[in-house]
Design a protein. Structure first.
Length: 358
Protein backbone atom coordinates (compact mmCIF):
# COMPACT_ATOMS: atom_id res chain seq x y z
CA UNK A 1 0.00 0.00 0.00
CA UNK A 2 2.85 2.38 0.84
CA UNK A 3 4.55 1.60 -2.46
CA UNK A 4 1.38 2.42 -4.38
CA UNK A 5 1.06 5.78 -2.58
CA UNK A 6 4.68 6.67 -3.31
CA UNK A 7 4.23 5.76 -6.97
CA UNK A 8 1.05 7.81 -7.20
CA UNK A 9 2.70 10.89 -5.70
CA UNK A 10 5.71 10.52 -7.96
CA UNK A 11 3.48 10.16 -11.01
CA UNK A 12 1.49 13.25 -10.11
CA UNK A 13 4.69 15.27 -9.56
CA UNK A 14 5.97 14.19 -12.97
CA UNK A 15 2.80 15.42 -14.65
CA UNK A 16 3.07 18.81 -12.88
CA UNK A 17 6.73 19.24 -13.80
CA UNK A 18 6.04 18.33 -17.40
CA UNK A 19 3.30 20.94 -17.55
CA UNK A 20 5.73 23.58 -16.24
CA UNK A 21 8.51 22.66 -18.65
CA UNK A 22 9.14 25.73 -20.83
CA UNK A 23 9.99 23.40 -23.71
CA UNK A 24 6.35 22.41 -23.81
CA UNK A 25 5.10 26.03 -24.09
CA UNK A 26 3.00 26.08 -27.27
CA UNK A 27 3.51 29.86 -27.73
CA UNK A 28 7.20 30.66 -27.16
CA UNK A 29 8.23 34.32 -27.09
CA UNK A 30 9.14 35.56 -30.57
CA UNK A 31 12.70 36.60 -31.34
CA UNK A 32 12.78 40.37 -31.79
CA UNK A 33 15.33 42.24 -33.91
CA UNK A 34 17.55 44.85 -32.33
CA UNK A 35 15.76 48.18 -31.83
CA UNK A 36 16.22 50.99 -34.32
CA UNK A 37 18.43 53.80 -33.05
CA UNK A 38 18.12 57.36 -34.33
CA UNK A 39 19.87 60.64 -33.53
CA UNK A 40 17.89 63.26 -31.63
CA UNK A 41 19.05 66.80 -32.30
CA UNK A 42 18.05 70.17 -30.91
CA UNK A 43 16.69 72.94 -33.14
CA UNK A 44 19.16 75.61 -34.22
CA UNK A 45 19.99 77.96 -31.38
CA UNK A 46 19.28 75.57 -28.50
CA UNK A 47 22.14 73.95 -26.55
CA UNK A 48 23.34 70.53 -27.71
CA UNK A 49 21.38 67.73 -26.10
CA UNK A 50 23.00 65.89 -23.18
CA UNK A 51 25.03 62.99 -24.55
CA UNK A 52 22.94 60.48 -22.62
CA UNK A 53 19.82 61.53 -24.52
CA UNK A 54 20.99 62.39 -28.04
CA UNK A 55 20.04 58.96 -29.38
CA UNK A 56 16.57 57.43 -29.21
CA UNK A 57 15.28 53.89 -29.47
CA UNK A 58 12.61 54.39 -32.13
CA UNK A 59 10.45 51.49 -30.99
CA UNK A 60 10.68 52.59 -27.36
CA UNK A 61 9.74 56.12 -28.41
CA UNK A 62 6.66 54.78 -30.22
CA UNK A 63 5.72 52.71 -27.18
CA UNK A 64 6.13 55.74 -24.90
CA UNK A 65 3.93 57.87 -27.12
CA UNK A 66 1.18 55.24 -26.99
CA UNK A 67 1.44 54.90 -23.21
CA UNK A 68 1.38 58.70 -22.78
CA UNK A 69 -1.94 58.95 -24.60
CA UNK A 70 -3.55 55.65 -23.55
CA UNK A 71 -6.02 55.72 -20.61
CA UNK A 72 -5.18 52.06 -19.96
CA UNK A 73 -2.92 53.25 -17.12
CA UNK A 74 -5.81 54.70 -15.10
CA UNK A 75 -8.14 52.85 -12.75
CA UNK A 76 -11.30 53.36 -14.80
CA UNK A 77 -9.53 53.60 -18.19
CA UNK A 78 -10.63 57.20 -18.74
CA UNK A 79 -7.49 59.22 -18.01
CA UNK A 80 -4.03 59.32 -19.53
CA UNK A 81 -0.91 61.44 -19.09
CA UNK A 82 -2.23 63.59 -21.93
CA UNK A 83 -5.40 64.37 -19.99
CA UNK A 84 -3.41 66.81 -17.85
CA UNK A 85 -0.68 67.60 -20.41
CA UNK A 86 -2.34 68.75 -23.62
CA UNK A 87 -0.25 69.49 -26.67
CA UNK A 88 -2.21 72.58 -27.72
CA UNK A 89 -1.52 74.05 -24.27
CA UNK A 90 2.22 73.36 -24.32
CA UNK A 91 1.61 69.99 -22.68
CA UNK A 92 0.11 71.68 -19.64
CA UNK A 93 -3.46 71.84 -18.34
CA UNK A 94 -5.72 74.87 -18.98
CA UNK A 95 -7.49 74.09 -15.70
CA UNK A 96 -6.11 75.58 -12.51
CA UNK A 97 -6.08 72.16 -10.86
CA UNK A 98 -6.37 68.92 -12.79
CA UNK A 99 -9.07 66.44 -11.89
CA UNK A 100 -8.30 62.77 -11.39
CA UNK A 101 -10.51 59.81 -12.27
CA UNK A 102 -12.58 60.20 -9.11
CA UNK A 103 -13.23 63.88 -9.83
CA UNK A 104 -10.93 65.01 -7.01
CA UNK A 105 -8.68 67.98 -7.73
CA UNK A 106 -4.99 68.22 -6.99
CA UNK A 107 -3.44 71.24 -5.28
CA UNK A 108 -0.95 72.31 -7.97
CA UNK A 109 -1.14 73.32 -11.60
CA UNK A 110 0.16 70.74 -14.08
CA UNK A 111 3.58 71.89 -15.31
CA UNK A 112 4.25 72.24 -19.02
CA UNK A 113 6.36 69.45 -20.51
CA UNK A 114 8.75 71.51 -22.61
CA UNK A 115 12.50 70.98 -23.11
CA UNK A 116 12.72 68.72 -20.07
CA UNK A 117 15.61 66.91 -21.73
CA UNK A 118 17.74 69.74 -20.29
CA UNK A 119 16.35 69.41 -16.74
CA UNK A 120 17.64 67.45 -13.76
CA UNK A 121 14.77 68.08 -11.33
CA UNK A 122 11.10 67.47 -11.99
CA UNK A 123 7.76 68.50 -10.49
CA UNK A 124 7.19 71.89 -8.86
CA UNK A 125 9.04 70.77 -5.73
CA UNK A 126 11.83 68.89 -7.54
CA UNK A 127 11.16 65.64 -5.74
CA UNK A 128 12.07 63.52 -8.77
CA UNK A 129 15.58 63.42 -10.17
CA UNK A 130 14.62 61.69 -13.42
CA UNK A 131 11.71 61.58 -15.83
CA UNK A 132 11.58 57.83 -15.33
CA UNK A 133 10.92 58.33 -11.63
CA UNK A 134 8.39 61.08 -12.26
CA UNK A 135 6.47 59.06 -14.88
CA UNK A 136 5.70 56.33 -12.38
CA UNK A 137 4.03 58.52 -9.75
CA UNK A 138 0.73 59.65 -11.36
CA UNK A 139 -0.33 56.06 -12.10
CA UNK A 140 -0.64 55.12 -8.43
CA UNK A 141 -1.56 58.58 -7.14
CA UNK A 142 -5.11 58.25 -5.71
CA UNK A 143 -6.05 61.74 -6.92
CA UNK A 144 -4.75 61.19 -10.44
CA UNK A 145 -4.90 57.81 -12.22
CA UNK A 146 -5.45 55.68 -9.13
CA UNK A 147 -4.37 52.19 -10.15
CA UNK A 148 -1.66 49.92 -8.78
CA UNK A 149 1.22 49.26 -11.09
CA UNK A 150 0.57 45.53 -10.69
CA UNK A 151 -2.90 45.91 -12.15
CA UNK A 152 -1.71 48.29 -14.86
CA UNK A 153 0.96 45.78 -15.92
CA UNK A 154 -1.57 42.96 -16.01
CA UNK A 155 -3.63 45.04 -18.45
CA UNK A 156 -0.61 45.74 -20.62
CA UNK A 157 0.52 42.13 -20.66
CA UNK A 158 -2.98 40.91 -21.61
CA UNK A 159 -3.39 43.57 -24.30
CA UNK A 160 -3.48 42.38 -27.94
CA UNK A 161 -0.80 44.87 -29.06
CA UNK A 162 1.33 46.02 -26.13
CA UNK A 163 3.34 42.79 -25.63
CA UNK A 164 4.58 43.10 -29.21
CA UNK A 165 5.36 46.80 -28.71
CA UNK A 166 7.37 46.00 -25.57
CA UNK A 167 9.11 43.20 -27.46
CA UNK A 168 10.18 45.50 -30.27
CA UNK A 169 11.38 48.13 -27.80
CA UNK A 170 13.10 45.91 -25.22
CA UNK A 171 13.58 42.50 -26.82
CA UNK A 172 11.08 40.86 -24.50
CA UNK A 173 7.32 41.18 -24.57
CA UNK A 174 6.82 41.41 -20.80
CA UNK A 175 5.73 44.85 -19.58
CA UNK A 176 7.34 46.05 -16.34
CA UNK A 177 7.10 49.34 -14.50
CA UNK A 178 10.72 50.12 -15.34
CA UNK A 179 10.19 49.53 -19.06
CA UNK A 180 6.91 51.44 -19.19
CA UNK A 181 8.30 54.50 -17.40
CA UNK A 182 11.49 54.41 -19.49
CA UNK A 183 9.38 54.51 -22.65
CA UNK A 184 7.20 57.39 -21.41
CA UNK A 185 10.32 59.31 -20.33
CA UNK A 186 11.88 58.85 -23.76
CA UNK A 187 8.80 60.33 -25.43
CA UNK A 188 8.69 63.31 -23.04
CA UNK A 189 12.38 64.06 -23.68
CA UNK A 190 11.63 64.51 -27.37
CA UNK A 191 9.15 67.34 -26.63
CA UNK A 192 11.60 70.05 -27.67
CA UNK A 193 10.53 73.58 -28.53
CA UNK A 194 12.97 75.87 -30.36
CA UNK A 195 11.30 77.28 -33.46
CA UNK A 196 9.35 80.24 -32.09
CA UNK A 197 9.49 83.81 -33.37
CA UNK A 198 11.94 84.46 -30.52
CA UNK A 199 14.30 81.93 -32.12
CA UNK A 200 13.78 82.85 -35.77
CA UNK A 201 14.08 86.60 -35.24
CA UNK A 202 17.60 86.08 -33.94
CA UNK A 203 18.77 83.91 -36.84
CA UNK A 204 20.31 85.58 -39.86
CA UNK A 205 18.42 84.96 -43.05
CA UNK A 206 15.22 83.75 -41.40
CA UNK A 207 13.21 86.68 -42.71
CA UNK A 208 11.53 86.99 -39.30
CA UNK A 209 11.94 90.21 -37.31
CA UNK A 210 10.77 91.60 -33.99
CA UNK A 211 8.34 94.51 -34.07
CA UNK A 212 9.33 97.76 -32.38
CA UNK A 213 7.13 96.87 -29.40
CA UNK A 214 8.63 93.39 -29.13
CA UNK A 215 12.13 94.89 -29.26
CA UNK A 216 11.21 97.21 -26.40
CA UNK A 217 9.79 94.22 -24.53
CA UNK A 218 13.03 92.34 -25.05
CA UNK A 219 14.89 95.30 -23.55
CA UNK A 220 12.50 95.39 -20.58
CA UNK A 221 13.00 91.66 -20.11
CA UNK A 222 16.79 91.81 -20.20
CA UNK A 223 17.36 94.89 -18.04
CA UNK A 224 16.46 96.01 -14.55
CA UNK A 225 13.29 97.58 -15.92
CA UNK A 226 11.59 94.18 -15.92
CA UNK A 227 14.35 92.14 -14.30
CA UNK A 228 13.17 88.89 -15.87
CA UNK A 229 16.49 87.68 -17.21
CA UNK A 230 17.99 86.53 -13.91
CA UNK A 231 15.66 83.53 -13.77
CA UNK A 232 14.39 83.29 -17.36
CA UNK A 233 17.34 84.45 -19.43
CA UNK A 234 19.04 82.46 -22.17
CA UNK A 235 17.52 80.39 -24.95
CA UNK A 236 15.87 77.93 -22.57
CA UNK A 237 14.03 80.83 -20.87
CA UNK A 238 14.67 79.25 -17.47
CA UNK A 239 17.70 78.62 -15.29
CA UNK A 240 16.19 75.26 -14.28
CA UNK A 241 16.59 76.25 -10.65
CA UNK A 242 14.25 76.96 -7.73
CA UNK A 243 13.10 80.24 -6.27
CA UNK A 244 10.57 82.04 -4.10
CA UNK A 245 9.07 84.73 -6.33
CA UNK A 246 7.11 86.60 -3.69
CA UNK A 247 3.67 85.09 -4.07
CA UNK A 248 2.85 85.05 -0.35
CA UNK A 249 3.78 87.15 2.66
CA UNK A 250 4.67 85.09 5.71
CA UNK A 251 6.34 86.11 8.94
CA UNK A 252 8.54 83.06 9.40
CA UNK A 253 10.08 80.13 7.58
CA UNK A 254 7.22 77.80 8.43
CA UNK A 255 4.20 79.87 7.45
CA UNK A 256 3.92 78.80 3.80
CA UNK A 257 0.70 77.05 2.83
CA UNK A 258 2.72 75.06 0.29
CA UNK A 259 6.39 74.74 1.18
CA UNK A 260 7.40 73.63 -2.30
CA UNK A 261 11.02 72.48 -2.38
CA UNK A 262 11.01 72.55 1.43
CA UNK A 263 8.42 69.75 1.43
CA UNK A 264 11.01 67.57 -0.25
CA UNK A 265 14.28 68.67 1.36
CA UNK A 266 12.80 69.35 4.83
CA UNK A 267 15.06 72.40 4.95
CA UNK A 268 13.23 75.54 6.12
CA UNK A 269 15.51 77.63 3.89
CA UNK A 270 13.81 75.98 0.89
CA UNK A 271 10.27 76.74 1.99
CA UNK A 272 8.20 78.61 -0.56
CA UNK A 273 10.60 77.74 -3.40
CA UNK A 274 9.39 76.15 -6.62
CA UNK A 275 10.91 75.13 -9.93
CA UNK A 276 11.34 78.07 -12.25
CA UNK A 277 9.42 77.06 -15.39
CA UNK A 278 10.40 77.86 -18.94
CA UNK A 279 8.72 80.80 -20.62
CA UNK A 280 8.60 78.93 -23.91
CA UNK A 281 5.00 78.77 -25.13
CA UNK A 282 4.04 80.77 -22.05
CA UNK A 283 1.14 82.34 -23.97
CA UNK A 284 -0.45 78.89 -24.21
CA UNK A 285 0.22 77.49 -20.73
CA UNK A 286 -2.18 79.49 -18.55
CA UNK A 287 -2.98 79.51 -15.69
CA UNK A 288 0.30 80.44 -14.05
CA UNK A 289 2.34 79.69 -10.92
CA UNK A 290 2.44 76.42 -8.99
CA UNK A 291 -1.12 76.93 -7.80
CA UNK A 292 -2.49 78.46 -11.01
CA UNK A 293 -3.52 81.62 -9.16
CA UNK A 294 -2.98 83.91 -12.15
CA UNK A 295 -5.30 83.39 -15.08
CA UNK A 296 -3.52 85.71 -17.53
CA UNK A 297 -0.04 86.90 -18.41
CA UNK A 298 -1.17 90.44 -17.59
CA UNK A 299 -1.75 89.30 -13.99
CA UNK A 300 1.71 87.73 -13.90
CA UNK A 301 3.34 90.94 -15.13
CA UNK A 302 1.40 92.98 -12.58
CA UNK A 303 2.60 90.65 -9.84
CA UNK A 304 6.25 91.26 -10.67
CA UNK A 305 5.62 94.96 -11.17
CA UNK A 306 3.84 95.78 -7.91
CA UNK A 307 2.60 92.59 -6.23
CA UNK A 308 5.74 91.06 -4.69
CA UNK A 309 5.20 89.85 -1.11
CA UNK A 310 8.02 89.65 1.41
CA UNK A 311 9.01 86.41 3.13
CA UNK A 312 12.18 84.95 4.67
CA UNK A 313 13.14 82.91 1.60
CA UNK A 314 12.28 85.51 -1.07
CA UNK A 315 14.70 85.36 -4.00
CA UNK A 316 17.47 87.92 -3.24
CA UNK A 317 17.24 89.50 -6.70
CA UNK A 318 13.50 90.04 -6.30
CA UNK A 319 13.97 91.18 -2.71
CA UNK A 320 16.45 93.83 -3.83
CA UNK A 321 13.82 95.48 -6.04
CA UNK A 322 11.72 98.41 -4.90
CA UNK A 323 9.11 97.36 -2.33
CA UNK A 324 6.37 95.45 -4.11
CA UNK A 325 8.25 94.91 -7.39
CA UNK A 326 9.93 96.71 -10.29
CA UNK A 327 7.06 99.15 -10.90
CA UNK A 328 6.87 99.16 -14.70
CA UNK A 329 4.81 101.72 -16.54
CA UNK A 330 1.90 100.59 -18.68
CA UNK A 331 3.79 100.93 -21.97
CA UNK A 332 6.60 98.72 -20.71
CA UNK A 333 4.11 96.16 -19.41
CA UNK A 334 2.47 96.01 -22.84
CA UNK A 335 5.86 95.70 -24.54
CA UNK A 336 6.91 92.90 -22.20
CA UNK A 337 3.69 91.05 -22.92
CA UNK A 338 4.29 91.35 -26.65
CA UNK A 339 7.82 89.98 -26.22
CA UNK A 340 6.67 87.04 -24.09
CA UNK A 341 4.28 86.02 -26.86
CA UNK A 342 7.24 85.62 -29.24
CA UNK A 343 8.08 82.42 -27.34
CA UNK A 344 5.00 80.75 -28.87
CA UNK A 345 6.16 77.88 -31.10
CA UNK A 346 3.31 76.80 -33.36
CA UNK A 347 5.42 74.03 -34.89
CA UNK A 348 5.75 72.51 -31.41
CA UNK A 349 2.08 72.93 -30.59
CA UNK A 350 1.06 71.24 -33.83
CA UNK A 351 3.86 68.72 -34.35
CA UNK A 352 2.19 65.47 -35.51
CA UNK A 353 5.02 63.43 -33.96
CA UNK A 354 3.89 64.67 -30.54
CA UNK A 355 0.18 64.10 -31.13
CA UNK A 356 -1.95 61.12 -30.12
CA UNK A 357 -1.26 57.96 -32.17
CA UNK A 358 -4.84 56.77 -31.65
Amino acid sequence: MKRFRAFAVYGLLSVVLAACDPKEDPTPEPVYPDPTLAALTAPKGLPPLPAAFDTVNVEMLDLGRHLFYDPILSGDSTQSCASCHRQEHGFSDPNRFSKGISGAEGVRQSMALINLVYSQHFMWDGRHASLESQAGEPVENPIEMNITWDEALQRLNRHPQYPDRFGKAFGTHTATRERATAAIAQFVRTLISGKSKFDLAQQNGSGVFFTEEELRGKEVFNTEVGNCYHCHGGVLATNNNFGNNGLDAVGDFFGFADKGLGNFTKDANDNGMFRIPTLRNIEMTAPYMHDGRFATLEEVINHYSEGIQSSPTLHPIIGAESPGGVHMNEADKAALLAFLKTFTDTSFLNNPNYASPF
